[in-house]
Design a protein around this ligand. Structure first.
Ligand SMILES: CC(C)(COP(=O)(O)OP(=O)(O)OC[C@H]1O[C@@H](n2cnc3c(N)ncnc32)[C@H](O)[C@@H]1O)[C@@H](O)C(=O)NCCC(=O)NCCS
Ligand SMILES: Nc1ncnc2c1ncn2[C@@H]1O[C@H](COP(=O)(O)OP(=O)(O)OP(=O)(O)O)[C@@H](O)[C@H]1O
Length: 196
């Protein structure tokens, strides 16, 4: 199975890009952050290890206490790395079993931290979605109840676009929907051509 990684910084539009491949061409997509969050609630082992790490406040009535975890990890690199060490190997195993069930020409793995987590090593091709910082912040403030300060603390924990682009096969500039869709079509055509 051909695995295409889709990555990009917070608010770059990587989920929107993955959804565009899915809606235009029916390409199956694995949205890593959503799957990670599901595993963090449904896996007994992950839950117990996260409670050991963060304390009982990590969960509220069985649901992930997102503001609490978010505040803890994005201000403490060591804690972020410890959480990643609990969650990411399980996401990788879950992803592998998901891939085994797919039958399309290729699949997409969308992840904010594709390189940081080492998941890039599983990918045949990598697409980085880019956007200028001001527009990312503008879109995130519109999408979420968040603050510039919180967005910047997350940006600091992620690779820069230059670092991502240096290790990518394709770059999508997500300035407008029409421009992004045109780049998605071109990349789809190229991937199919290379793997005929
Ligand atoms: C920390 C959590 C609880 C924050 O949830 P919340 O709904 O407040 O924010 P959201 O999920 O939208 O995260 C904001 C952004 O932070 C970034 N982010 C999330 N997890 C990480 C991480 N481990 N390292 C670096 N950046 C991350 C992403 O760009 C994400 O879109 C949540 O992101 C989470 O559970 N993360 C751990 C899962 C994970 O590692 N995901 C990354 C892909 S595998
Ligand atoms: N080309 C575009 N034009 C206008 N708005 C867009 C475009 N692409 C994405 N958006 C909007 O920008 C916001 C961020 O996009 P999206 O959620 O896809 O980003 P992301 O990179 O997956 O974010 P995160 O890292 O937080 O998971 C969303 O509200 C989305 O609808």
């Amino acid at each position: 199975m051909i695995i295409v990684g889709v990555t990009g910084g917070i608010g770059s539009g990587k989920s929107t890009v993955a959804k565009t491949f899915h809606s235009m061409f029916g390409i199956p997509m694995y949205i890593s952050d959503d799957e990670a969050k599901l595993l963090m609630v449904n896996s007994v082992e992950i839950k117990s290890e996260l409670i050991d790490l963060f304390g009982e406040e990590a969960y509220l009535d069985g649901a992930l206490n997102k503001p609490y975890i978010s505040h803890a990890i994005f201000n403490n690199k060591a804690l972020l790395e410890q959480m990643n060490a609990i969650v990411h190997p399980r996401v990788a195993a879950h992803f592998k079993s998901w891939v085994d069930k797919q039958t399309s020409a290729y699949i997409l793995k969308e992840a904010a931290i594709l390189f940081e987590s080492g998941a890039d090593r599983m990918c045949d091709y990598i697409i980085t979605v880019t956007l200028d910082k001001a527009t990312k912040i503008e879109r995130l403030l519109k999408r979420d109840k968040t603050s510039v300060e919180k967005i910047e603390s997350i940006m600091k924990q992620q690779w820069s676009d230059d670092e991502r682009i240096a290790k990518s096969d394709y770059v999508i500039v997500n300035d407008t929907m029409a421009h992004m869709e045109q780049q998605v079509k071109e990349i789809h055509r190229e991937i199919l051509k290379k793997n005929k």
